[in-house]
Ligand binder design. Structure first.
Ligand code: UDX
Length: 465
């Protein structure tokens, strides 16, 4: 049997390279995973684009290498197509291959650590091909839920069984194979201006997983036991081990998720929260990429103002389609009567941990959802696209820790949904379940908990590659 000292020296001989997709919701979990591998004794080199480059000074334990494959300006503004453009640029330039080759050559020239593998974001097919060309194994980080991992692998079935393309009349049809999802929760490529691109994006994660030596999922056993069991059953015959290591932002207790925000966070809001009653504030944020129309923005503003509840609202630059800095509607400031605070970017994890926060109106990006679950904050779910739609359904129907706001955004409906979540009596059961889940997530992060054990297994697996 290997001794602890033996394990330490094996870890000290290994380096891992990681390559996130260069967007906030993908960079954060990859850097958090890198921190967890570092804390287990592996060295980690973060490959990144110049576009949305992370700040190395904030991650002293990690090494950084910039790969000169900036996403072309014209493409950066053009929705999901930018993922395909980034892959095409990487493949054409050969820079990723060159970077990996020099990391591998360093070991041959006497660097004490060998490069064992590349961990890629599940969309980065080009990086995987570059690694494969050098004989370097890849592991794939999935930054969404296990449910979405399964869903994105089920599109052939969804078409074969006639759920897709969706029609006006089948939106409320339950998907028997993937409960609790309804057809309306699917990301339907046929509704996009270019459905071929939509389908290609959906296929990326399946392709990278199939060609990988392991799948890393930012979720935990007690949250998605059925989904993880199904994933294990599906991947086992293919020899691809899955590792449920989430929530990544709390895996290394001492780092508190790391400082992974690409934008400056306005910490002044914490002082404002300090002055609010416990559990009274609705925190409102739609993440880093979702847009709303100007009309929707106006409805959100008046829904919040009319709700009578204190709120902290993140209006990031570019939130409203085509507008760099959106002004608040006339009369809004006086209608708020000092109950609301609007900021451009929040220290979200700190906000959710604040005792004054009693609810989170979220677009259900997976990071935001996990951060809310960790703090036991119930959600007002308004998913917009992609994996968010399925996550919103799970929040409302499976975990029952939130209220789903569906249909056209309208101030009266918003007001009612806020009451259902925040009113003392209405939201009592939802709040109770959110607290129970909070206890479960903390258990999975203890040293003997399922996620810590999964990281240990992941490290052993990396050492074996
Ligand atoms: C995207 C997708 O939308 C999401 O569905 C997918 O699962 C991951 O990538 P994004 O929309 O930005 O991400 O949402 P989310 O996953 O919630 O990530 C946002 C991150 O930004 C969170 O970690 C959150 O803490 C942080 N954030 C958000 C801030 O630090 N400050 C803010 O004001 C708002």
């Amino acid at each position: 049997m290997a001794t602890a000292g033996g394990a330490d020296s094996r870890r000290a001989a290994v380096r891992v390279a990681v390559f996130p997709l260069p967007f906030q919701g993908h960079i954060s979990p990859m850097l958090q995973l890198a921190g967890a591998l570092r804390s287990r004794g592996l060295a980690v080199t973060v490959l990144h684009t110049e576009f949305n480059a992370p700040d190395p000074a904030r991650h002293p334990g990690l090494d950084f290498v910039s790969v000169p494959d900036a996403i072309p300006e014209t493409v950066a503004a053009n929705g999901i197509a930018k993922i395909l453009a980034l892959n095409a640029a990487m493949e054409a330039s050969g820079h990723v291959r060159g970077t990996l080759a020099s990391l591998m050559a360093a070991a041959a020239k006497g660097e004490p650590r060998r490069l064992a593998c590349l961990v890629i974001d599940s969309t980065l097919t080009a990086a995987q091909k570059a690694a494969a060309g050098l004989g370097l194994p890849t592991l794939v980080l999935h930054t969404g839920s296990a449910a979405c991992f399964r869903l994105f692998r089920s599109y052939d079935m969804l078409h074969d069984k006639g759920y897709l393309p969706s029609t006006e009349s089948n939106l409320d049809m339950p998907i028997e194979e993937l409960p609790p999802l309804l057809v309306r929760d699917l990301f339907d490529p046929s509704k996009l201006p270019n459905k071929e691109i939509g389908q290609m994006i959906l296929n990326l994660a399946t392709e990278t997983t199939t060609n990988s030596s392991g799948a890393i999922l930012n979720t935990f056993e007690d949250l998605e036991p059925h989904e993880l069991r199904m994933i294990r059953e599906e991947l086992a015959p293919k020899g691809i081990p899955p590792f449920a290591v989430g929530p990544l932002h709390k895996l290394v207790a001492s780092t508190n998720g790391g400082d992974t925000s690409l934008l400056d966070q306005d910490r002044g809001c914490i002082e404002w929260l300090d002055a609010q009653a416990p559990g009274s504030v609705l925190y409102v944020s739609f993440g880093s990429v979702v847009h709303v129309t100007k009309d929707e923005f106006t409805e959100v503003a008046w829904g919040l103002a009319n709700s009578g509840k204190p709120f902290l609202w993140v209006v990031r630059r570019g939130l409203v389609l085509g507008v760099e800095k959106q002004e608040l509607p006339d009369g809004f400031e006086s209608a708020m009567e000092g109950r609301g605070k609007v900021i451009e970017w929040a220290p979200q994890q700190e906000v959710l941990a604040h005792p004054a926060v009693g609810g989170f109106w979220t677009h259900n990006g997976w990071n935001s959802t996990l951060e809310s679950i960790y703090e036991g904050v119930p959600m007002l779910s308004r998913p917009v696209f992609g994996d968010q739609l399925a996550t919103g359904r799970y929040v409302a129907d499976t975990w029952k820790i939130g209220v789903l706001l569906e249909g056209v955004l309208e101030r009266g409906e918003i007001e009612k949904a806020i009451s259902r979540l925040m009113d003392e009596n209405a939201g009592v059961e939802i709040r109770g379940r959110a607290k129970e889940l909070k206890e479960k997530v903390r258990m999975c992060l203890e040293s003997s908990g399922s996620s810590q054990q999964a990281v240990d297994k992941l490290v052993d697996h990396i050492l074996s590659l």
